[in-house]
Ligand binder design. Structure first.
Ligand code: HEC
Ligand code: HEC
Ligand code: HEC
Ligand code: HEC
Ligand code: HEC
Length: 371
């Protein structure tokens, strides 16, 4: 009798036999809503993403195929840690997958690229936000503080170019300088909004906070951009003054994708009949890198310097002045988010990339009467 109890206590959990990481479909059997959210997210498509694949091909053409391992360290990290440099394993192709993120044990939040520590010794031990997880033998669990902190995201969202030192991924650093950071608002709070519920269909507890895995952003949820920026249009000394403010991003605006995305401020002047007199792009917000020859925008992998640094800092605004053409009675300003900098469209079109879902998105508008 006594022996039987000891045997039951010391028997290893059944699934602990799974030594290799498993695919999202396996996790989805119990964590279905999480899997469905993740699958459509930028993380769930970070390898298959056709836009990424085209840029990767471009990078390999200029720098040789030896560049690929550098890219996969963040875009297909399971391949990186398993040494699958050609990315052929189905788990590698899942991009930034469940088992990978939940086997991270530490992160160095500096600008070192791919600064995560990944523990390959026990693929079945899930690190997560709960101190009292009850996985009912599905797998083992342990509380992991790093998963509950913004620093976790810094492993990929904070990086400097290894040679030039240019900061290519700046989102985490920008966040550290924000009011959101001072208020203790984490990346997870905005990008993985939590709701009460069960963390797994087989879970016993209803938890007060289960974090969504949509990793919502401009791509997965463009309508979020409706509430992020505002334009204030006024006139001063006969000139048009446009103040564009970053109202909701807990970092700069645009929040990342340096030298890849841009936000344009366009202005149309109209006469008293409402007919257009002239149009202009008054400003382009965002960071643009230059290459060794000084041309810009340049891809992040050949970033040699910073040619433009016009992103809108957190909790801040930028003022743009425009001269008013003769006869103008009103002005309309439009702020448009370009998921892909227009400079790269010819390359993507030439490579036959499907650009659906990458249309420019109007974030804000404002109008001013000029007389
Ligand atoms: C980019 C890394 C990342 C990926 C990919 C990822 N997770 Fe998570 N997961 C996290 C973080 C970070 C938390 C903690 C969030 C918090 O503290 O608010 C978390 C929390 C969880 C939790 C606890 C409940 C909850 O939602 O808060 C479960 C269960 C979970 N993840 C399962 C999964 C599964 C299943 C997948 C794949 C379908 C997955 N995760 C993919 C980072 C990731
Ligand atoms: C047979 C069902 C089942 C499968 C399959 C499963 N899980 Fe879980 N998982 C659970 C249950 C149940 C919990 C506990 C939930 C709770 O305590 O609220 C859990 C908890 C978690 C947690 C939270 C751990 C913590 O301490 O915060 C993470 C992370 C997690 N699972 C990730 C995964 C990943 C990744 C996979 C796929 C490799 C996976 N799970 C597969 C049932 C499952
Ligand atoms: C292992 C590297 C890695 C980690 C860890 C990571 N990310 Fe990402 N993230 C990426 C990559 C790579 C992309 C771009 C993928 C693409 O565009 O194909 C991305 C894209 C995103 C996007 C853009 C989504 C959109 O729809 O526009 C958001 C938001 C995001 N990540 C938030 C987070 C947050 C929050 C965390 C921490 C909880 C995190 N990431 C952790 C690598 C990572
Ligand atoms: C206060 C809420 C908030 C916090 C905190 C926050 N973000 Fe964001 N994030 C946003 C909003 C709103 C956007 C959409 C506007 C934009 O693209 O900048 C965004 C956009 C992004 C994007 C996509 C940028 C682009 O345009 O391609 C990434 C990646 C991202 N955030 C990552 C992070 C990471 C990593 C952290 C923590 C270091 C973080 N965010 C903290 C609100 C937040
Ligand atoms: C340090 C981690 C890291 C490394 C290394 C890295 N990336 Fe990224 N990459 C990211 C993150 C994070 C994003 C998302 C940025 C955002 O939306 O703010 C991203 C976004 C992208 C995008 C935009 C995808 C889209 O659909 O809009 C492309 C293209 C890209 N990376 C190509 C590459 C290539 C090619 C390499 C190798 C030369 C590379 N990356 C190396 C982290 C990395």
């Amino acid at each position: 009798m006594v022996l039987a109890i000891v045997g039951a206590v010391w028997a290893p959990p059944r699934a602990a036999a799974a030594k290799a990481p498993r695919g999202a479909v396996v996790c989805g059997a119990c964590h279905k809503p999480i899997r469905l959210d993740w699958q459509r997210s930028a993380h769930g498509t970070s390898w298959s993403n056709p836009v990424f694949q085209a840029f990767l091909a471009e990078a390999k053409e200029t720098l040789g195929s030896a560049i690929q391992p550098k890219c996969i360290a963040c875009h297909a990290p399971a391949a990186h840690v398993s040494g699958d440099a050609a990315v052929t394993d189905p788990i590698s192709k899942e991009g930034i997958g469940c088992n990978f993120c939940h086997n991270i044990t530490a992160v160095d939040p500096s600008t070192k690229p791919a600064s995560y520590t990944h523990d390959p010794t026990d693929a079945n031990l899930m690190r997560g936000p709960y101190r009292d997880a009850d996985p009912r033998r599905a797998h083992n669990t342990v509380f992991s503080e790093i998963h509950t902190q913004s620093a976790f995201c810094a492993s990929c969202h904070s990086a400097a170019h290894p040679r030039s030192g240019v900061i290519v991924e700046s989102t985490y650093l920008d966040w550290t300088r924000s009011q959101a950071a001072r208020d203790g608002q984490r990346c997870q709070d905005c990008h993985m909004p939590a709701a009460p519920g069960k963390a797994a269909v087989t879970a016993k507890k209803i938890r007060p906070a289960v974090s969504a895995h949509r990793f919502r952003g401009p791509r997965s949820e463009p309508a979020w951009l409706d509430s992020v920026a505002a334009i204030d249009a006024t006139t001063e000394d006969g000139r048009l003054k446009l103040e564009v403010s970053n109202r909701a991003a807990g970092h700069a605006l645009p929040g990342g994708g340096n030298s890849m995305r841009t936000i344009a401020l366009d202005v149309v002047f109209r006469d008293g009949n409402g007919d257009s007199l002239s149009m202009m792009t008054a400003e382009r917000f965002g960071t643009e890198f230059s290459d060794a020859d000084g041309s810009f925008p340049a891809y992040k992998w050949i970033a040699h310097g910073v040619a433009r640094a016009t992103s809108i800092p957190p909790d801040s605004s930028r003022v743009v002045w425009c001269d008013v053409p003769a006869g103008a009675a009103s002005a309309e300003a439009v702020l448009t988010y370009y998921p892909i900098h227009p400079a790269y469209l010819p390359m993507l079109v030439a490579r036959g990339v499907d650009l659906s879902g990458r249309a420019p998105y109007v974030m804000a508008r404002a109008r001013a009467e000029l007389r």
